[in-house]
Design a protein. Structure first.
Length: 221
């Protein structure tokens, strides 16, 4: 079942990009619901985890559901729809941060991650500098979102360099978080810099691959 859901998510992601290129409104809705629903079901199907990982797994599942809610919101093109998606994804990032905190308190993350935890901070500063002239009234909201996703990537780096999760799962979570960060850059570029389907060509694969890997991080725990 896990493999079937992974394949369904990939097909949905490809279908969504194709629908965007073809401007097929119904097709883009169906394809995105399939892709998002697949990674949510994959995460929920992985529950319950063994007691030591139960809290981690449940917070990951919550984050996946919030991601799917954000996906639905971003099917709209209005500013309220974008803000709804932003809030849903922000809460999803926080859920992933809380998940890692169940295994390792935040004060230990710099020790686990080492100098690597500086990388997402530098990347975020560069991204904000790039976007700043275009943000307008959304500056505060975007700053809050950037803080949340940087914390998520730092948490992923910490858990990825520790032995608090088994080797496959901690790698899945780390790579998934990084891909999520990359995908957010495409969303930002599409919203604030230049609206073009080309942004989706790299952002959508990165996003759904990231969410799939985060879901796989709780499989077999």
């Amino acid at each position: 079942m896990n493999l079937a859901l992974t394949i369904a998510c990939c097909i949905g992601a490809v279908g969504f990009i194709a629908a965007e290129y073809g401007q097929a409104r119904v097709g883009r809705v169906i394809a995105k619901l399939v892709a998002s629903g697949a990674f949510v079901i994959l995460g929920i199907h992985a529950l319950p985890a063994t007691p030591i990982y139960a809290s981690f797994a449940h917070w990951i599942a919550i984050g996946l559901v919030l991601g799917a809610i954000g996906d639905v919101a971003l099917l709209g093109e209005s500013t309220p729809a974008f803000m709804s998606g932003l809030v849903a994804f922000l809460l999803g990032h926080i859920s992933y941060v809380v998940a890692v905190a169940q295994l390792a308190p935040p004060q230990y993350w710099p020790a686990f991650g080492g100098i690597a935890v500086v990388v997402p901070i530098i990347a975020a500063v560069i991204a904000l500098w790039w976007l700043w002239p275009h943000l307008g009234a959304l500056r505060i909201a975007v700053i809050a979102y950037v803080i949340a996703i940087v914390l998520m990537v730092i948490a992923a780096i910490a858990i990825g360099h520790s032995e608090l999760l088994p080797a496959p799962q901690r790698t899945y979570f780390l790579v998934g978080a990084v891909l999520f960060f990359i995908s957010d850059l495409s969303v930002a570029r599409n919203r604030f810099i230049e609206k073009t389907v080309r942004n989706l060509a790299w952002g959508i694969p990165a996003y759904f691959a990231g969410q799939l890997l985060i879901a796989w991080a709780i499989v077999s725990l």
